[in-house]
Design a protein around this ligand. Structure first.
Ligand code: ZN
Length: 132
């Protein structure tokens, strides 16, 4: 699957974001090594407390893991309020992605539309990766 297509699927996922608090919608499309795409969007806690907000990347990854997928190729992420901006994963998502799939590529479109692919070691150098 091309990065362009994966970004389009992330844009579709973004439409399901539940962001009544911030209005900042994020979508993710996670490509498994067997070719399935699992979508995720950010889901905010409508109470506004904020501690239970879920990012699109972790939404997609948890959905995939809970459905039995455990090998991943790439994840595309798009986000923005009114218009899309460069939207790299937050620190929590970087750690989570690195813990579950350190070899995954993260596909991010820039504001000019150019799509780049990043490794986890680029996004999270000197990471904590002890496994128990
Ligand atoms: Zn995040």
């Amino acid at each position: 699957m091309t990065n362009e297509r994966l970004v389009e699927l992330a844009k579709e996922a973004r439409e399901n974001a539940r962001v009544e608090i911030s209005g900042f919608k994020v979508g993710a499309a996670l490509l498994t090594k067997s070719g399935e795409v699992i979508k995720g969007s950010n889901i905010e806690d409508p109470s506004g407390i904020g501690v239970t907000n879920i990012c699109a990347e972790r939404c997609a990854l948890v959905k995939a893991l809970s459905e039995g997928f455990d090998e991943f190729e790439k994840i595309a992420v798009v986000g923005g309020a009114d218009k899309l901006i460069f939207c790299a994963p937050c620190g929590a998502c970087r750690q989570y992605l690195n813990s579950w799939c350190p070899d995954i590529k993260v596909v991010l479109p820039a504001e000019d539309g150019k799509i780049k692919e990043y490794s986890m070691s680029e996004l999270l150098p000197y990471s904590f990766n002890e496994t128990f």
